[in-house]
Design a protein around this ligand. Structure first.
Ligand SMILES: Nc1ncnc2c1ncn2[C@@H]1O[C@H](COP(=O)(O)OP(=O)(O)OP(=O)(O)O)[C@@H](O)[C@H]1O
Ligand SMILES: [Mg+2]
Length: 372
């Protein structure tokens, strides 16, 4: 394969699409950098496929504009947008062989037979399809058919590639392999990738930028690390990370509650940055313990809020037990309870208040290393 497919930037401005009362996509503004991998992430029905289809030109936006490679393509049909696409339901030609399906686009573009064969060989090897090139799609498993659809898009070497849940029918091993294959290929060829998934692990392991959607709206678009370390909303905080970030009402923090009572906030602390301490700042009652080998998930309640502590596997706790939970002030997130948006202006002050009683306390676990 040629090592340079110059990617093109994509710009979405006020993209909106409604079929009924509620918009499927609602005023989405998004900048997709050229040559980078952007994942469109979000729960089922949030508008990912619709957004992708609007980029492709398979749906037209009710308002706003789509720009690809510095061109306003809002009114252009798919064929004029110079993109390759893999659909959620792969549409293969049933009467053509696997090989013919893969090279179909190259044939219509009049790519020379020798180059066609060369590209086919590489793509087939990468996708583990070499033994099946003479078969018809009906003679393949679902996962194999999906790989044929992938091959057809990859072989086109277009500046923009759009993929809609391309790995959904693959087993765990193949899915894992294909993730890194697709990522490596995108880096090597340098095309711009927009990749739809509802799987947060897939999104954060593959993407340069994660665009998180919720009910037709863009919640946050940022690098995986940034969305994890500075979630813009309660939704983003809960969607990225396993188990999700704990969101605790300030009243649960007995010692600090007085100072924070007037504040209409939620305190966000990830389970993996909490550790068991000898005393506060948070005390909770254990409701369940899940031992996972290298780590233990401790479910508990503090005040009337439920939370999870992700401790090392060596830590033991029993249901009914009272535990004290420690954390560092820099690991505290503050959200506005009403709007659900991140509050940074008084985050440090609030975090310091919460952690006051935590000073100079030893952690309970032997060795004294907090459960990170
Ligand atoms: N052609 C259509 N006609 C009417 N409603 C539609 C149509 N296509 C999508 N919708 C609705 O628009 C919303 C967004 O759909 P979309 O397919 O974009 O979601 P998605 O995020 O891709 O979900 P999934 O993860 O389940 O594929 C849904 O409520 C869906 O029912
Ligand atoms: Mg979809």
């Amino acid at each position: 394969m040629s090592a340079t497919t110059q990617g093109q930037a994509i710009l979405l401005r006020g993209i909106t699409k409604s079929w009924g009362e509620t918009p499927a996509v609602d005023a989405v503004d998004l900048e997709i950098q050229e040559g980078k991998f952007t994942a469109l992430l979000g729960p089922s029905g949030c508008g990912k496929s619709t957004t992708l289809r609007i980029i492709a030109g398979l749906e037209y936006t009710d308002a706003g504009a789509v720009w690809i490679g510095g061109r306003d393509v809002t009114a252009l049909p798919p064929a004029k947008r110079n993109i390759a696409m893999v659909f959620q339901s792969y549409a293969l030609f049933p009467h053509l062989s696997v090989a013919e399906n893969i090279v179909f686009g190259l044939r219509t573009r009049r790519v020379a037979p020798a180059e066609r064969q060369e590209r086919l060989k590489r793509v087939a090897e990468m996708l583990e399809l070499s033994p099946y090139l003479d078969r018809k799609p009906a003679q393949l498993s679902g996962g194999q058919q999906q790989r044929v659809a992938l091959g057809r898009a990859i072989i086109a070497e277009r500046p923009v590639c759009l993929m809609d849940e391309p790995l959904s029918n693959l087993d765990a091993r193949l899915r894992h392999e294909m993730r890194s294959e697709i990522r490596a290929l995108q880096r090597k060829l340098g095309f711009t990738m927009v990749y739809v998934t509802h799987d947060q692990v897939e999104a954060i392991t593959m993407a340069d930028q994660v665009a998180l959607m919720n009910q037709g709206r863009l919640e946050q678009a940022a690098a995986p690390r940034d969305i994890y370390s500075r979630p813009a909303t309660v939704f983003a905080a809960r969607f990225i990370g396993t188990p999700p970030m704990n969101l605790i009402p300030p009243q649960a923090f007995a010692e600090a509650a007085g100072a924070l009572q007037s504040e209409d906030v939620l305190i966000g602390i990830r389970p993996e940055v909490m550790h068991l301490s000898t005393q506060g700042p948070l005390t909770a009652r254990v409701t369940g313990v899940e031992f996972l080998g290298s780590e233990t998930l401790i479910d508990c309640v503090a005040g009337d809020g439920a939370l999870v502590v992700k401790a090392p596997g060596t830590v033991e706790a029993a249901p009914g037990e009272e535990i004290a939970i420690g954390f560092a002030p820099q690991d505290v997130h503050v959200f506005d309870r009403g709007s659900g948006t991140r509050r940074d202006e008084d985050r440090e002050t609030i975090a310091a208040q919460l952690c006051k009683s935590n000073e100079n306390k030893e952690v309970r676990q032997a060795g004294g290393i907090p459960g990170r």
